[in-house]
Each structure stands twice: as C-alpha cells, then as structure tokens.
Design a protein around this ligand. Structure first.
Ligand code: GDP
Ligand code: MG
Length: 194
C-alpha cells in the first residue's frame, strides 16, 4: 500500500480522537488547550495582534488584546491506545461560520464555562445539543474558587442530567485532563449502551 512502511505496526498505533474545546469569548479555551497539550500548542493569536493589525478591525473586541482567530490545536496522550487532538473553537460571534467545519469528525466536546458569566457559553451548549455531539461542561473557576456546586451551574444552564458538569481550572493540567477523561468515559459509556 502506498505510504505504508515495514516499521509501522498498525495494531500498536493509538486511536486518535478529535475533541473540541468550546465556550464563550474569554472563558479559558486557549488556556485549557495550552495547559494539557504535550506539543507546543499551535495558536493563531499573534496574527491578529501583529500582522493583522492593519486589516483586522479591533473595534468591538473588548479588553482582550490577543484573541484566537481560527483555532487552538493541541494533543494529549491519554493512554497507549488513545491520543486526543484538541481543537479550541473561536468564541466570538464573527467566527461562528467555522464551527460547522470544525465539528466535522469530532467525537465530543468540552464546553468551558466562566463561573462568573455562564450565559456566555449558552450558544456553545446549544450548538452541540442540536447536532447530537456529546459534551461535558467544564466550569472554570478563574480565581481557583468555585462558589457554586456543579448542580447549581447545571440548573442555571439547563444542562440535562446525562451531561456531566465538572469544576475545573483551565490553568491546571491535571484538572483539564480530568475533564477530558470524564468526556472519554461518557463517550465510552454511550457507545456501550448503543
Ligand atoms: N485567573 C485566571 N485567568 C484565566 C483562567 N483561564 C483563562 N484565564 C485568562 O483569561 C483570559 C482569557 O483566557 P483565554 O484562554 O484566552 O480564553 P478563550 O477566549 O476562551 O480562549 C486570558 O488572559 C487568560 O490568561 C483561569 O482559570 N484563571
Ligand atoms: Mg482563545
């Protein structure tokens, strides 16, 4: 077969799974992908601030100077059998046209929520629900604090019972890894049920 070679043992190659990290503007998506990724995360933030200065209209983007124009990309090895490729989605409304393409082939998603303004992630939750893409909700505490229990956030976001709501810290590798593992567990459980 073209492209194959004798040193590649297909049976030992890990499965690779595409996972999206979504949520509103500034909830911590880029931070999360950066925290867990084993490879230097590919980011598209600089082009907007540097080369894009002339062409990009920065009006309407409040406070944040750097923003994710297209996506964040990272990789995390969960086990010898499983490698996740993470795609952080752009949170701003004007980049939403990319979401359908980004979602192609994705097995699941993490919807990150900023605990101080959960409504900014409503649209992301709605997006995955409409398309039947399994997701978990990661509640980013921001100041390392979690003032509300997960059930309160579930109620506030009207997230159904079968979707896990997990408290996390986007800056912390272990914490983000736990959220991803919860998502994988949820995917496996629903695959077994089907
Ligand atoms: N204190 C704190 N800051 C955070 C946390 N997560 C993200 N940030 C900061 O909040 C800003 C927005 O985060 P970013 O990951 O770019 O959000 P994105 O728009 O969802 O990709 C950045 O300045 C981050 O450094 C967090 O958990 N705690
Ligand atoms: Mg970002």
């Amino acid at each position: 077969m073209a492209g194959s070679d004798s040193t590649t043992d297909a049976s030992s190659a890990p499965d690779t799974v595409k996972i999206l990290v979504a949520g509103g503007f500034g909830v911590g998506k880029t931070t999360m992908v950066g925290s867990v990724s084993e490879i230097a995360p590919l980011r598209t933030e600089e082009p907007l601030t540097m080369a894009g200065l002339d062409v990009d209209d920065l009006d309407g983007i409040e406070e944040k100077r750097a923003t994710t124009v297209a996506l964040d990309f990272g990789r995390i090895t969960i086990s010898r059998e499983l490698v996740l490729y993470l795609f952080g989605t752009p949170g701003q409304q004007r980049f939403w046209f990319m979401w359908n393409d980004l979602a192609l082939g994705a097995l699941g998603a993490v919807v990150l929520v900023d605990v101080r303004r959960p409504e900014s992630s409503f649209a992301a939750i709605d997006f995955f629900e409409r398309r039947d893409i399994p997701f978990v909700v990661g509640v980013n505490g921001f100041y390392g604090e979690h003032p509300y229990p997960p059930e309160d956030i579930r109620d506030a976001l009207a997230v159904p019972e079968h979707v896990q709501v997990l408290l996390c810290d986007a800056r912390d590798r272990e914490s983000c890894r736990d959220v991803l593992i919860a998502l994988i567990d949820q995917l496996i459980a629903s695959a077994v049920q089907a």
